[in-house]
Ligand binder design. Structure first.
Ligand code: ADP
Ligand code: MG
Length: 351
């Protein structure tokens, strides 16, 4: 709950005009050269603060505000269908179909599972949507009192993890393993950000941004070109930034071990799980991915976090149009690896 209080507190005071802070990334937009201030809305969605801003020459702000409301509705639709905790959600219905024949897929769910499958393949299973048996056992986001599960239960849950437990057809999914199931927590927020941006774009908006905590995407016109900066949170300082880089068009996602965790006997247990060991992935502190769509960035940030700095950076460098920053610890010091395309524009801010 402290996390929620903190973000609510951040947004209850008017943020400094050039900085809108989230706990993970900050979009800093100097509006001084823009012909218009944006029409914007901030809501609490998908367990985070979501801010949508649209820059338009159109003086009919009410029309733009109505478009933003519809973009929020679009995100709410995705939140509702991908929600593991609601027994009536499409995801819950699909999971209940495990071992009982296939389940029909809505267009959004088919797209989500198809993107998840792609990232699963790219990362050799470091990211997998078929991880519900394990995430339910750990219970992040479900239980108020957290504890480390029994090792035998972790081994048992691992038998039902990974893409071997299901087959994806264009509009149906078959979960063969009765104890298998999906958790879309590693990709749904990114997909929802894409859906909102693409909705606004289809309605003729050419300059917009959707910032959902650790996932964001921007479209830029001459109004804002060269003025957006993405600030990457320092993994050890909740109010500090590790660095920043400019972003006109594209998406960014960060996964960190400081987002959701508990401590047990001095050890930090967080919510990004290694599907090979069944335990939280240990090699990274935070991973930031830059790319064309927020769904891909979101999923890849989780995947790279699990793969660790060496294999993770190799994946970033070998994936076209993807850049990234991996922050990790070595001999008690925080260090980073940065991809060749991001390095020239990345400015380190911490001392
Ligand atoms: P956040 O949603 O907090 O920004 P991430 O995008 O890194 O963080 O996603 C973490 C979520 O992804 C977990 O809460 C869980 O639902 C799911 N998850 C955890 N481990 C994996 C994994 N190895 N592959 C796919 N999804 C995962
Ligand atoms: Mg993710």
């Amino acid at each position: 709950m402290r996390y929620l209080e903190k973000i609510k507190q951040l947004f209850s005071f008017a943020p400094a005009p050039q900085v809108v802070a989230t706990l993970v990334l900050v979009f800093s937009l100097s509006c001084s050269h823009s012909p218009k201030t944006p029409v914007e809305k901030t809501v609490f969605l998908m367990d985070t603060v979501v801010t949508i801003k649209v820059f338009t020459q159109d003086s009919h702000h009410r029309t733009t505000a109505a478009l933003i409301d519809s973009a929020v509705k679009r995100m709410e639709q995705i939140e509702a269908l991908a929600d593991n905790y609601q027994s009536g959600s499409e995801l819950a219905m699909i999971n209940r179909s495990a071992g009982q024949g296939g389940a029909a897929l809505s267009v959004d769910m088919a797209a989500l599972l198809e993107r998840a499958w792609f990232i699963d393949s790219l990362s050799a299973g470091a990211f997998t949507a078929a991880i519900a048996s394990l995430t339910e056992l750990w219970g992040f986001g479900r239980h108020t009192e957290m504890s480390v599960p029994d090792p035998g239960d972790i081994q048992a849950a691992l038998q039902h993890v990974g893409r071997r437990v299901f087959t994806l057809a264009p509009d149906r999914v078959y979960i063969h393993d009765p104890l298998g199931g999906f958790d879309l927590g590693g990709i749904a927020k990114g997909y929802a950000v894409d859906a909102a941006v693409e909705f606004l774009q289809r309605r003729g908006m050419a300059d917009a941004q959707v910032d959902a905590g650790g996932d964001l995407r921007a479209l830029s016109s001459s109004f804002t070109a060269g003025q957006r900066n993405v600030y990457v949170r320092h993994p050890l300082k909740s109010d500090g930034f590790y660095g920043r880089f400019p972003l006109d068009n594209g998406a960014v996602a960060t996964s960190g071990d400081y987002e959701r965790f508990f401590m047990a006997e001095g050890v930090r247990y967080h919510h990004i799980l290694d599907p090979h060991t069944g335990y939280p992935a240990r090699q990274c502190r935070s991973v930031t991915i830059v790319g064309a769509t927020a769904a891909l960035c979101d999923g890849l940030a989780t995947a790279v976090f699990v793969l660790g700095p060496e294999k993770g950076m190799a994946l970033i460098e070998s994936t076209p149009a993807i850049e990234g920053l991996i922050i990790f610890e070595e001999n008690g010091n925080l260090i980073h690896k940065i991809s060749s395309g991001l390095e020239p524009v990345f400015e380190i801010l911490h001392e």
